[in-house]
Design a protein around this ligand. Structure first.
Ligand code: ADP
Ligand code: MG
Length: 241
């Protein structure tokens, strides 16, 4: 059986409204192994909502998200909150603009956390975490607190943490939004390499055309709908002025 034709994640007809705001107006999306998908669109177009629905953080009003990993077909949108929470912790990786790192822990403790929450012993978890840190160019920074790292280093710690438990799907929301362009490129390289060399997939929300250009595919959202790139809101690509 060809695996490349089988998506890791299949979303159909996703609808989400908040009061009178249509965050998602019926979105379909397949994410395949080894693929990196950039989600672009103006502020308020539904990017974060889509990412959160795909990742099982937010339940849609209608539509389905199906996960096709581990030889099974699981409908995320029919799972209980408890099961979705376990899924997020054990099978998905997350990198957000502010890395959601715990400032009271050291860098290596932050990276090891998903493994320890998954029941691994501290020593083994930190050894594995240190290997991921080294792979991301963070050797020697294991004992630093998050506040003692640069923005780029902190984002690499977040990437290491997203990868450490072997997540097949990594979700990132503006992961380079707070970084200068040079650091942004390096962090994006680390994120793409870490995800894609393992045949995993990355879904990344970004305003940065440079980030999107590094991904294998870009979808554009406008008012909660996927639109053709050529008709996408010009504000999407223009940035602030
Ligand atoms: P983007 O990430 O593209 O800026 P969002 O997905 O955050 O867009 O938001 C899409 C729309 O849904 C916006 O109109 C926003 O105001 C609304 N929205 C998103 N999240 C919430 C929420 N938790 N409560 C109310 N409205 C929300
Ligand atoms: Mg957003």
């Amino acid at each position: 059986m060809s695996t490349s034709d089988t998506p890791l994640l299949a979303a159909r007809g996703l609808v989400k409204t908040y009061g009178t705001a249509t965050a998602l107006g019926g979105v379909d999306l397949d994410v395949h192994p080894g693929e990196s998908v950039a989600i672009m669109g103006a502020s308020g177009s539904g990017k974060t909502t889509l990412l959160h629905v795909l990742a099982g953080i937010v339940a849609p009003d209608a539509g389905s998200v199906t996960l096709l990993t581990r030889g099974a077909s699981r409908v995320v949108t029919e799972m209980s909150e408890t099961d979705r929470s376990r899924l997020r912790r054990e099978e998905f990786g997350f990198v957000f603009q502010q890395g959601l790192l715990l400032p009271e822990l050291t860098a290596v403790e932050n990276v090891a956390l998903p493994l320890m929450l998954g029941g691994h012993a501290r020593g083994a978890a930190e050894t594995h975490a240190a290997q991921w840190m080294a792979a991301l160019g963070l050797a020697g920074l294991e004992e630093r607190r998050i506040g003692q790292l640069s923005g780029g280093q902190a984002q690499r710690v977040a990437i290491a943490r997203a990868q450490v438990a072997g997540a097949e799907l990594v979700f990132a929301d503006e992961p380079t939004g707070a970084l200068d362009s040079g650091t942004s490129a390096a962090v994006m390289t680390a994120l793409l390499d870490a995800t894609l060399t393992q045949g995993h997939a990355l879904v990344v929300v970004t305003h940065d055309p440079g980030v999107a250009a590094r991904c294998s595919r870009t979808i554009h959202l406008r008012d909660g709908h996927v639109v053709d790139a050529r008709t996408a809101d010009p504000a999407t690509a223009g940035g602030a002025r």
